[in-house]
Design a protein around this ligand. Structure first.
Ligand SMILES: C[S@@+](CC[C@H](N)C(=O)[O-])C[C@H]1O[C@@H](n2cnc3c(N)ncnc32)[C@H](O)[C@@H]1O
Length: 234
């Protein structure tokens, strides 16, 4: 089942009303920029090319890449985020195209089109069987030899017991937390993430994980992971 776009939309409206820089803090955008600079220096992407950000929010990361001369595309489920990103791109310049849509489907993105697909922090919200569809869509839209970065939270240390707390409930088989009856976030096992990425025809170059700092608390964030992968040449 698809996650509830309205929860994201409400947060973007609130963030905008309170003059926040976007979904996240300035500090978080500095981390994104450091990650993007690492990738630009890695040799896995061309100096300039076509990038797709998955879960592009208010456009912060896309606009950073547009300023580096990249042709940039952003997809996000929240219409409020897309409206914010479009206004910002118009003011700040750079080739950036934003549209509202579901990143698990990427219905409007062309096959073999992008040099680089960047997960802007959305994979964590794609739960259950939809994650396989998500990786298959990434694989489809990447050029052969194209690069993809995925980041999220694993639940390697979390117990597999059902829990319920007010509006929140946890389903162990899919490792999904639902909020108000719709999937909200999930903490998959690292090995399943790697299997799903490889199952979609992508090659994992490196997988990094941090330990979960609150392993026994099912409602706290899991441990962070990030993956570099490529779509192998034919
Ligand atoms: C953690 S935020 C990051 C936003 C942005 N990348 C940034 O750094 O500010 C995750 C984003 O994923 C979007 N999102 C959640 N589920 C989605 C889905 N199924 N399809 C597209 N976007 C989704 C949310 O609206 C939100 O903008």
């Amino acid at each position: 089942m698809q996650n509830n776009w309205k929860l994201f939309d409400d947060r973007f409206k609130n963030r905008r009303d309170t003059n926040a820089p976007g979904w996240s803090s300035e500090e978080s955008y500095q981390k994104h920029e450091a990650e993007l600079e690492r990738i630009l220096d890695s040799g896995y992407v061309p100096k300039k090319g076509r990038m797709l950000e998955l879960g592009s929010g208010a456009g912060n990361n896309c606009i950073f890449m547009a300023k580096q001369g990249w042709e940039v595309y952003g997809v996000d489920i929240s219409p409020a985020a897309i409206a914010w990103a479009k206004e910002r791109a118009e003011k700040e310049g750079g080739a950036a195209v934003f549209r509202a849509g579901d990143v698990a489907e990427l219905k409007e993105e062309k096959d073999d089109f992008f040099d680089f697909v960047y997960d802007g922090g959305v994979s964590y919200y794609i739960c259950g069987d939809r994650r396989k569809q998500f990786f298959a869509s990434i694989s489809r839209v990447l050029k052969y030899g194209g690069f993809c970065f995925v980041a999220g939270q694993h639940g390697d240390e979390k117990p597999e017991i059902p829990v319920k707390n007010g509006d929140f409930s946890y389903d162990p088989p899919s490792r999904t937390f639902s909020r108000g009856g719709a999937p909200w976030v999930c903490y998959p096992l690292s090995r399943n993430i790697v299997n799903e990425i490889e199952g979609a025809g992508l090659e994992v170059i490196s997988f990094r994980r941090k330990k979960d700092e609150h392993p026994s608390d099912p409602f706290s964030a899991g441990g962070e992971f990030s993956v570099d992968c490529i779509k192998p040449n034919k």
